[in-house]
Write a protein that binds this ligand. Structure first.
Ligand code: SAM
Length: 298
């Protein structure tokens, strides 16, 4: 894996992490080269996204309350953040999406990850750029975590919009996707129950656990399990995948495990550092006793 800057004109001979504005970096990548492009931009929440990772140790004079009235002392291990407010959100996205479409191979697919605030505007923009006939799916990723307001239905899903470069010519290998348990196994026979079912366009999947192998401490990190489905279905072994808003490098981690090649771009130096650690050292376990705190919220 190589790390380079937006000013370079990279050749696709090694996995790449590019530091810089994706508006510039996308312009320097070769056209029609990618099986899959996954975009997970800031969602325009209007607040910076921040996450602090603390180590906690039992200490009767500590600064935090814990289970059973015990006291703990915390120490800040890292604090990561990125900006998430745009005056003209669609104006920011449009040139990047236009270029992303050019970078897709004729059999390629683009996945755009967003939430309820902007999903409807983004779908209209994507229809305009790709054409309505290039729309493939609206995937709903449902999770259950965090605070629940009492005056409306708690919003607990993200939307992933899929568009293909050339309608009808896209690669899609439904057999490469891990199956999941039937919701009502009693309604199908034991053979089907044992095999599981192919996922639909509604996915129930937990967020990245706050302590676990996958967690990097980067704000709004997406779970590998969600991206694994996209990569398995819409890219070929050894095919190239691109993430212009890479954050902690989840797409790269998934590509590694599924033998795909990757290009990851991010303008935040802290993200580049997280990716460097995650993708050159491999999956990392956090020390027992670390906790993550999210600020900004979605
Ligand atoms: C929602 S996060 C991506 C999280 C990622 N999917 C993960 O699993 O960790 C969005 C990322 O976009 C980056 N970003 C925002 N504007 C950018 C730009 N113009 N060029 C490159 N990266 C940008 C931010 O630094 C942030 O890391």
């Amino acid at each position: 894996m190589r790390i380079c800057s937006e000013a370079d004109r990279p050749v696709l001979d090694d996995d790449l992490v590019i530091w810089g504005d994706n508006a510039v970096a996308l312009g320097r990548l070769p056209a029609a080269a990618f099986d899959l492009i996954y975009l997970d931009p800031p969602f325009n929440t209007g607040r910076p996204q921040a996450r602090r990772t603390l180590s906690v140790k039992a200490d009767s004079g500590g600064d935090r309350n814990g289970f059973g009235g015990r006291r703990y002392r915390s120490r800040l291990l890292q604090s990561l953040s990125y900006e998430d407010g745009f005056g003209d959100y669609l104006g920011f996205l449009e040139p990047r999406l236009v270029r992303a479409r050019e970078l897709l191979a004729p059999h390629g697919t683009l996945y755009f990850h967003i939430d309820y605030r902007e999903a409807h505007y983004c779908k209209l923009l994507l229809d305009e750029i790709f054409g309505r006939d290039a729309f493939l799916n609206e995937i709903i990723w449902s999770y259950d975590y965090g605070g629940k307001p009492r005056r409306r239905w708690p919003p607990k899903h993200d939307t992933i919009l899929a568009y293909v470069r050339k309608p009808g010519a896209h690669h899609f290998d439904c057999d490469a996707v891990e199956r999941e348990p039937y919701m009502a196994p009693g309604l199908v026979g034991p053979e089907k129950t044992a095999r599981g079912k192919r996922p639909t366009d509604v996915w129930f999947h937990t967020i990245v656990p706050t302590s676990g192998r996958e967690k990097t401490g980067y704000p709004t990190q997406k779970p590998e399990g969600v991206l694994r489905r996209l990569v398995a279905a819409s890219s070929r072994p050894d095919g190239w995948c691109l993430d212009p808003f890479a954050g902690s490098g989840t797409l790269g981690a998934v590509c590694r495990n599924l033998s795909r090649r990757f290009v990851l771009i991010d303008s935040n130096p802290a993200a580049i550092e997280v990716m460097r650690k995650r993708l050159t050292l491999g999956p990392r376990s956090l020390h027992h006793g670390t906790v993550a705190e999210t600020r900004g919220g979605r």
